[in-house]
Write a protein that binds this ligand. Sequence first.
Ligand SMILES: Cc1ncc(COP(=O)(O)O)c(C=O)c1O
Length: 424
Amino acid sequence: MRLEEKASAAEVLAARERYVPRGVATSDLVVTRAWGARIWDADGREYLDFAGGIACQNLGHGPVGVVRAVHEQVDRYLHQCFMVGIYEPYVEVCRRLDELWPGEAATKSILLNSGAEAIENAVKIARAATGRPGVVVFDRAFHGRTTLTMAMTSKLVYKQGFGPLAPGVYRAPAPYPYRGVSTEDALHGLDLLFKQDVDPAEVACMVLEPVQGEGGFIPMPAEFVAALKERCERHGILYVDDEVQSGCGRTGTVWAIERLGVEPDLLVAGKTLGGGLPLAAVTGKSELMDAVHPGGLGGTFGGNPVSCAAAGAVLDELAAPGFRERADQIAALLHKRLDEIAARQPVVGEVRGLGSMLALELAEPNATAAKRVVAAARERGLILLSCGLDGNVIRLLPPLSATDDELDRGLSILEESLGDAGAE
Ligand SMILES: Cc1ncc(COP(=O)(O)O)c(C=O)c1O
């Protein structure tokens, strides 16, 4: 079977069924075009996109500056491999990441292909810098799907049947006030972990998402993050800030941790960083980044020049004052509307998030109603994603370039679709 250039949705779906394994869970949406906050399917139907390719399009589809930078780079060269011939776009992204570092330290960066690969590299760097093996992660964490990162991730579906998992990973509770886990409970759990399971002197790093993403859009309280940082300093443990989903402007600031007042030792970025092209980064205090011997870090495609050209334009846009202003307006608009919706729709248990990274948790702790809402919204022309350990959280990831009208229409569809949550 060979697909024609303008294959119908049914033909693409049939080919997907035939050639792509079921392990890659997909919807039946066949996309042919995307721009701004909107995407079009193979039948020409238009949708509002509140998923953004899972947080990769904080600037919307096809942002003009990013597309222009990509075109210019495509005409120069597509690939070099940074280890063979270095090039300016890679170094420039690292320079910009240093400028945008949420703290005082001088930093260096390494560029990789995916969030999971970057998390793996952050752990390698932390182990090399401390000479310790242990990694502490938290309940409901998502750090990726590779052998090390699936051990760090806190949901069975991502690791079931793929063991043995990487050793040296220890899990502590994270605050989840809506389901009764306070900051105090979580810290008590961490202190117990250090008494029962692992000597803190054997721990290289703690890795935390400032707003848990796949785990249910749960913002980590500032006092929890500060207490972790204090324990890190007390025990010589590095604090690794996983900003793959929460970063690149999603919460309004470039990095979510800026809102929490803590300077991390290493920061991991991905998703929106490449503006839609694969790119991730580990940025960290220079002396830590330089702890790894020459040859210990790298990869064939990491920091591909076209992705770096895109990232340069993304970082320019995120750092522009107008971006933060608009993100804050969007956060206020979304929060107000979501609170009103929650007051009218009894299926909604909680509205939460940080800045413009917002979600609704449905009261019933199972995926049934959330699946209905996502399906009903799709029927009405809105693409939504659920998340959470129980699959009952509806997360909103509209581009921060969306107009008020687009946001308004999307939220109205969301509310109508919540009305279908109880339907059989
Ligand atoms: C917080 C976080 N870390 C890491 C990852 C892994 O990134 P990737 O899918 O690019 O490997 C994700 C992906 O969703 C994520 O949300």
